[in-house]
Write a protein that binds this ligand. Structure first.
Ligand SMILES: [Fe+2]
Length: 280
């Protein structure tokens, strides 16, 4: 098995990273990354990670606070799904258990990855109903912040939404598109993904709720999205895909979709429009 060889893996801890000077943390990250790589090369089973006391404390502290926010601000589908997933607040779960649950439930899987990869590599995995996920936990010195997706983001933010079949169908369409679209369309596709699965909000009656992993797993992001006076905009796809995204900065505005069913129709519409553009 050689599922994936990322072309542009960037799992490097930069000098301004909260764990940059913590040699034990860096060594742990490297060990977790090595296992992810070996798994994808077919050299070992799904990695089972031995999390440290600091990891436990970080997971527990962030999870407790996130749960309070979810009660108020998460969308209905999230609240229903998260109860069934094997994600405890008291300790970091094994990603394998969550992946196995998703696989049994709706044939979706999580695969370990060392860190960020380029948009095409990441998105095209959705074609196979797989999401690439990191298994490390953010540095304990800043539990409220992570400069890159960590397991808190992946499991509290993304995993519950993979039980919603209409959203998974949207992901599959993104995956198929990432496989074939020329480079000049990849930024648009990645931006569509960014403002939905990463930062998306959805209308529920007169309220706006979170379904994107950024607010669902980010203490700051959720508070900013749900603050009175937050910059919330209707999801107009042609505007969304041209919006500026700074992956490392706080998201200054959010787009709100009417429903998941609407999103499914919308991805069909925009992909069909691009296909027509490419064929003329
Ligand atoms: Fe994410």
């Amino acid at each position: 098995m050689n599922i994936l060889e990322p072309q542009s893996f960037s799992g490097i801890i930069h000098v301004d990273h909260p764990g940059a000077t913590d040699q034990a943390y860096r060594a742990r990250r490297e060990a977790i990354a090595a296992e992810a790589k070996a798994f994808r090369a077919g050299e070992q089973d799904f990695p089972i990670i031995g999390y440290t006391r600091e990891d436990h404390e970080t997971w527990n502290a962030v999870s407790d606070e996130l749960q309070q926010l979810h009660r108020k601000h998460a969308c209905k589908a999230y609240k229903k799904a998260v109860k069934k997933l094997p994600i405890p607040t008291s300790r970091p779960p094994q990603m394998k258990d969550v992946s196995d649950y998703l696989h049994q439930t709706n044939n979706f899987r999580l695969y370990p990855i060392e860190g960020l990869v380029d948009a095409r590599t990441f998105l095209r995995m959705f074609k196979k109903r797989i999401m690439l996920c990191t298994q490390f936990i953010r540095h304990h010195s800043r539990p409220e912040f992570t400069p890159e997706p960590d397991m808190i983001h992946e499991l509290w933010g993304h995993a519950p939404m993979f039980t919603d079949e209409s959203l998974v169908r949207v992901l599959e369409k993104l995956g198929h598109a990432a496989e074939v679209l020329p480079d000049e369309y990849m930024d648009k596709l990645a931006t569509f993904y960014w403002f939905t699965f990463e930062y998306g909000l959805v209308e529920e009656g007169d309220n706006v709720k979170a379904f994107g992993a950024g607010p669902l797993a980010g203490l700051h992001d959720m508070k900013r999205a749900m603050n009175t006076g937050a910059d919330l905009r209707p999801f107009k796809t042609e505007e969304v895909i041209e919006s500026f995204t700074d992956y490392a900065a706080e998201q200054p505005y959010f787009f709100v979709i009417p429903s998941f069913e609407w999103l499914e129709d919308e991805i069909d519409r925009i992909l069909s429009k691009w296909t027509t553009q490419l064929s003329t």
